[in-house]
Design a protein around this ligand. Structure first.
Ligand code: ATP
Ligand code: ZN
Length: 284
């Protein structure tokens, strides 16, 4: 039995649970008992914690693995192993200054006081850059600190930048990029390591599928060569004759990010009746 620590409620919770569900893992007392849950069909137990406590619990072995933001892993500096990046809760940690501040580069940070909930990450960055600034540690609403005269600048999570803008701040330096990661106790024993491997196998199949789409289209036979060139596919596209003479049906897999470009090219090459559908799992 493997114990997985998840954020109790917050930005990581829904996506973490969705990853388990899509991996075919059903929690028996999922939402009713919000401290612990067990999976009915997989040797997994869930502990619901504050995200800030997850690195410590995993380092101590209270939980074997956990899902937490890379930013929290870096800040807590506990001995945990980052096993896999999970591709959600993406954000960056940046330094921002008031709009009217005359920022000309990193040297402008010298002598400032910077408010943050991430003092260790900021300290490392400042030391690496040989900058002298005072760190003012606060735990919440960091973005209001300059406005109330508590600090000259802030170091905080940014995703769209709208919170910064509404507080009259501008982002001037990106210090790190973060996303949800799966962390593990460094020395998992044999049985638990095996469960982790099979959990990872499922997570990877789900994450990979999310990045791809299954595409089906009809095309006149003379366009097939050109269409096969446009569609990379896992091996090559599948081509099947249609009932209508001279026409074929083409099936393949494309990356979501290439979607619009590929569709335009396919249409230009003569493809018709294009269908694009999500893939649930992908094992290659
Ligand atoms: P808790 O009460 O559990 O301590 P919290 O307020 O620290 O919660 P959340 O706001 O739920 O945490 O954020 C959890 C994680 O989600 C952050 O550590 C970060 O990795 C990521 N995150 C935070 N803000 C954003 C955002 N705006 N966009 C994307 N990801 C974010
Ligand atoms: Zn937190």
């Amino acid at each position: 039995m493997l114990t997985l620590a998840l954020q109790k409620s917050g930005r990581l919770s829904d996506r973490s649970l969705a990853l388990l569900t899509e991996s075919g893992i059903h929690l028996e007392n999922g939402s009713s008992n919000r401290l612990k849950a067990t999976a009915g069909n997989f040797p997994l137990q869930i502990l619901y914690l504050r995200d800030d406590d997850i690195p410590e619990c995993v380092a101590d072995g209270v939980a074997d693995v956990g899902i937490v933001g890379l930013n929290v892993v870096e800040e807590k500096e506990r001995s945990v192993r980052v096993v896999e990046k999970l591709g959600f809760a993406r954000c960056r940690l940046s330094i921002a200054v008031p709009r009217q501040f005359h920022y000309t580069g990193l040297a402008s940070l010298n002598g400032l006081s910077i408010a943050t909930a991430y003092p260790r990450i900021l300290r490392k960055f400042l030391d690496n850059q040989h900058l002298q600034a005072t760190i003012h540690e606060i735990s919440g609403s960091v973005e209001v600190a300059p406005g109330i005269g508590m600090a000259d600048a802030i170091f905080d999570i940014v995703s769209t930048g709208s919170t910064l803008m509404s507080n009259g701040l501008v982002e001037v330096e990106t210090v790190m990029h973060s996303e949800a990661v799966l962390v593990a106790t460094p020395d998992l024993n044999g049985d638990k390591a095996a469960v982790l491997e099979s959990l990872l196998f499922r997570f990877r199949a789900v994450m990979k599928a999310r990045r791809y789409r299954y595409i089906l289209l009809n095309a006149p036979n003379e366009a097939l060569e050109e269409i096969s060139r446009i569609l990379p596919g896992m091996k090559s596209p599948t081509i099947m004759p249609l009932a209508m003479p001279g026409w074929s049906s083409v099936h393949s897999v494309i990356q979501e990010e290439d979607f619009w470009e590929i569709i335009e090219n396919l249409k230009a090459a003569g493809a018709q009746g294009i269908l694009v559908v999500p893939i649930e799992k992908m094992i290659v």
